[in-house]
Design a protein around this ligand. Structure first.
Ligand code: NAD
Length: 495
């Protein structure tokens, strides 16, 4: 019998109101049933929000440094259980263990950052323009935050949202990606063991339309933080706009690595391989375009193809595996459908291009690392997010054209430039229209203590990570105290 998991609502582990469940299977071996999870709906969301409102009343009164100590304890517990969590995440999500260990480590780093922020949730004291009057600001919690996360970073992304939300004194209703409910369950166990108030955190498993949508539409949830596809984000944005909610959106990407002829080509090769095929291309920051200057040695592409073709596919839990499966059948079908797009558009296939087969690969959702050459800017392959191990090579005449090609897509998350020319490095920082630009490093590799997010249709102006996210999860309160004993009229009596 498979293990049956529960929601965490109103301080207890409970089934969905409907009693229904859904299956969580290993994408490397779908016959491996990890467990049954509650298939929740609007009724469960309603109970969770009601409880989270009570949780907010209690938790928001806990002093911020004490909330910070609890976040730090959560980081300690995650460190102790790092290997167990990483294995659970690889089993349900598929990426290799090396990467899920990094995913958990990012969560630990985020916990410790939140721990210190508890003693640093600064406001300002500002001189008043009037005598005998003080002016100051402080950061105030907001209320119940709805947290909706994707499958690809099952630990890091929930922690980016939930640690700062809780540190600021809010309560959360957490709706994890339906493909990764087990990692989410382990995270909530850790939060509770660390000492988060039992009604300040609620976990409601299930599908987007059935749990995510009622959470977004709930009038008592003033804050929504979403990471996922641009299409889903647009729908959520429409609802939140109508309801005047505070909303953070982190969405799709079509990231490029630019390689100039003066670059260290070995480094550029390592960068593009890791950027394009790490996490099987299922990162929002994955490299899906390689913008190659025409004078880059032709052997570069030959070496790239050779190394991409030699990547070892398999179960991410096995030590020798370098690339795991895609998340599910729908993802496999989507990536496969882009092979037809590339054929229709007429691009040259250099390697891959099909589902992978062979020992250990026939059952899971494996796709060969794939590279196309001669892809033209503006084409579907050059512009659309595929979210799989597919790289399109675009050749350009000079750096100006590389910048134009990088900037022509509707997304704007991450970019990378390989060059040893310091002038081009700084031009890249200035001219590439992305939230993050790397020089001589791949498009992936964000660090937890820096802001993270993208421009254009990748985001809506907010950032996760670092110090900026604390502004999203708190409201600035401005406080004036006039001890002059007279009516002092700003802008009038002093001019
Ligand atoms: P998705 O949009 O399908 O799902 C994300 C989450 O939204 C899931 O929990 C899902 O159940 C929920 N959801 C779906 N429909 C909903 C609705 N109508 N209302 C409320 N919630 C709903 O995305 P995914 O396939 O899980 O993740 C892949 C996408 O996420 C890619 O586009 C990727 O680029 C993006 N992503 C972005 C970032 C970033 O920081 N910019 C990070 C990781 C992933």
């Amino acid at each position: 019998m498979p293990e049956t998991f529960k929601n965490y609502i109103a301080g207890e582990w409970v089934e969905a109101a409907s009693g229904e469940t859904f299956e969580n299977r290993n994408p490397a071996r779908p016959s491996d049933l990890i467990g049954l999870f509650p298939r929740s709906g609007a009724e469960d969301v309603e109970r969770a929000v009601r409880s989270a409102r009570r949780g907010f009343e209690a938790w928001s009164r806990v002093p911020a440094p004490e909330r910070g100590s609890i976040m730090r304890r959560a980081g300690d517990l995650m460190s102790e259980r790092k290997e167990e969590i990483a294995r659970a995440a690889t089993r349900e999500m598929g990426k290799v263990l090396l990467e899920t260990r990094g995913d958990v480590q990012e969560g630990i780093d985020t916990a410790y950052y939140a721990g210190t922020e508890g003693r640093r949730l600064f406001g300002h004291v500002v001189p008043s323009e009037l005598p005998d009057k003080w002016a100051m600001t402080y950061r105030r919690p907001i209320g119940v935050c709805g947290i909706i996360t994707p499958f690809n970073f099952p630990m890091a992304i929930p922690t980016w949202k939930i640690f700062p939300a809780l540190l600021c004194g809010n309560s959360v209703v957490f709706k994890p990606g339906e493909d990764v409910p087990h990692t989410a369950t382990l995270f909530v166990e850790i939060l509770l063991e660390a000492g988060v108030h039992p009604e300040a955190v609620q976990l409601v498993h299930g599908f987007g339309e059935e749990v995510g949508a009622p959470l977004v539409e709930h009038p008592d949830v003033p804050v929504i933080s979403f990471t996922g596809s641009t299409e889903t984000g647009r729908r959520i944005g429409e609802v939140c706009g109508r309801m005047h909610k505070r909303l953070s959106l982190e969405m799709g990407g079509k990231n490029a690595q630019i390689v100039m002829p003066d670059a260290d080509l070995e480094l550029a090769l390592d960068g593009v391989l890791w950027g394009a095929f790490g996490t099987t291309g299922q990162r929002c920051t994955a490299t899906s375009r390689l913008i190659l200057h025409k004078d880059v040695d032709a052997a570069f592409v030959d070496r790239l193809v050779e190394r991409a073709s030699a990547l070892r596919l398999g179960d991410g839990l096995e030590a020798e595996t370098e690339v795991g499966p895609l998340i599910n059948q729908a993802a496999l079908d989507k990536v496969e459908s882009y092979m037809q797009v590339a054929r229709d558009e007429g691009w040259e296939l250099l390697c891959g291009g099909a589902r992978a087969s062979g020992p250990g690969l026939d059952e899971g959702y494996f796709f060969q690392p794939t590279i196309f050459r001669g892809v033209q800017p503006g084409s579907r392959m050059a512009c659309e997010e595929i979210f799989g191990p597919v790289l399109s090579i675009i050749t350009v005449d000079d750096f100006d054209e590389a910048v134009r090609v990088n900037n022509e897509v509707r997304y704007g998350l991450s970019s990378a430039v390989y060059t040893n020319d310091v002038r081009l490095a700084f031009r890249a920082f200035q001219e590439l229209d992305n939230g993050i630009t790397y020089v001589n490093a791949p498009t992936i590799g964000a660090e937890a203590h820096l802001p993270f997010g993208g421009v254009k249709e990748t985001g809506n102006g907010h950032r996760e990570g670092g110090w900026e996210v604390y502004e999203f999860y708190s409201e600035t309160k401005v406080c004036y105290l006039d001890y002059s004993g007279t009516l002092q009229r700003a802008q009038i009596d002093n001019y």
